[in-house]
Design a protein around this ligand. Structure first.
Ligand SMILES: *Cc1c(COP(=O)(O)O)cnc(C)c1O
Length: 369
């Protein structure tokens, strides 16, 4: 082809998602994909709330209509629940879209972002897309080093990203340290607090990040229905920020960026407190079960409070492949500069047991290689 694809697009690394069950089943020639267990993308093992499923069924007959492009009802419901104004909320096609929209708003050649070196990979990809520079600040004990990140901020830094809790490490930053950080970041830099897993923390451990928005700080808080609410397949997330920030996001988003099925399901899911509570209990129990298993296998892991855990296995990619052959899909971590680790999503008790058995076998198989 003679196309002149922009060089920075041609050279862009492709995001490596958790491998879909269907793809792995095809590769192994499995007729029944249900034989595979996917613990690779931090999805909710309990599935979506039944209330959300009912709302989707009820909405299905109206899919000839365009969605409510302003997400009016969902924003109202979120605003009431969160104690902010509806004008301080924007809804996106997953929080991933909101990260891309933030790039649209803030990034260009010569601009830069600051992030942690083992934080969510999408920040880096979006920055590269807009030809912005990436400063990746080393983590300390797999936790954001906020002082070092602050020191890395320069006049051209347009966004600083803090994933809290962070994926793939599962770690959180201390509330007092975050307060101090927010106070010190120069006002020209947008602070993005990515809270994709925040509802999984015990309520008293959830950071009060919305106070920054209420105080008018230059903060975007990102949340999603993909993880705790079990709606990853629908692609819906939201940003909470001072009105000026939300207005900017609304200028760059597509008019119908969120589909009507997702809006219906998200509204219903928000009302299902019991589903969230059950999810939290499953995760807490599952973490204990996995940790117990890792201890038995003599492995070290990074203590987590959310629905995944980073565990050191030696040859991460080989262990990932061996587990996949045993029907359990986890996530290799070489893309995060952690070739000795894998990341395992917390499942139901039966799933965790299956994962631990596969891990044990995989470790033995890799040992023999
Ligand atoms: C999973 C995840 C997201 C988001 O996902 P969407 O499905 O696009 O809402 C965002 N940030 C982090 C850190 C994640 O792990």
């Amino acid at each position: 082809m003679k196309w002149r694809i922009k060089p920075w697009v041609r050279d862009l690394a492709v995001y490596e998602p958790g491998r879909p069950i269907e793809e792995v089943a095809r590769e192994f020639g499995l007729a029944n994909p249900a034989a595979l267990l996917k613990l690779a993308s931090n999805e909710n093992a309990l599935g979506p709330s039944r209330k959300a499923v009912r709302a989707m069924k009820a909405a299905a007959g109206a899919m000839h209509r365009y969605p409510d492009g302003g997400a009016h009802y969902l924003r109202q419901a979120l605003a009431r629940r969160l104690g902010v104004a509806p004008e301080q909320i924007a809804v996106g096609h997953g929080s991933n879209e909101l990260i891309a929209l933030l790039g649209h708003v803030f990034l260009e050649p010569g601009a830069g972002i600051v992030m942690a070196d083992r934080a969510f990979a999408v920040y880096r990809l979006v920055a590269r897309l807009y030809q912005a520079d990436v400063v990746a600040v080393p983590m300390r004990d797999f936790t954001h080093d906020l002082d070092a990140m602050l020191a890395a901020i320069r006049p051209e830094t347009r966004i600083v990203f803090v994933a809290n809790p962070n994926n793939p490490t599962g770690t959180t930053v201390a509330p007092r340290a975050l307060d101090r950080f927010i106070e010190r970041v120069p006002p020209e830099t947008a602070i993005v607090l990515d809270e994709a897993y925040v509802e999984l923390l015990p309520p008293r451990r959830q950071p009060d990040s919305l106070k920054y928005v209420r105080e008018g700080r230059p903060v975007f808080v990102l949340r999603t229905f993909s993880k705790t609410y079990g709606l990853a397949g629908l692609r819906i997330g939201y940003a909470i920020a001072p009105e000026e920030g939300i207005a900017a996001l609304n200028r760059v988003r597509q008019p119908f960026n969120v589909n009507a099925m997702a809006l219906a399901a998200a509204e219903a899911a928000l009302d299902d407190e019991r589903h969230v509570a059950r999810t939290r209990r499953m995760v807490a129990r599952g973490l204990r079960q996995l940790e117990e298993g890792f201890r038995r296998l003599g492995l070290s892991w990074t203590p987590s409070e959310v629905n995944f855990v980073l565990v050191e296995v030696g040859r991460g990619r080989a262990v990932f492949e061996a587990m996949e052959r045993l029907g359990v899909i986890v996530r290799p971590m070489d893309a995060y500069g952690l070739p000795a680790h894998i990341r395992i999503t917390v499942g139901t008790p039966e799933e965790n047991e299956k994962a631990l058995a596969a891990l044990e076998q995989a470790l033995a198989a890799v040992e023999r290689l």
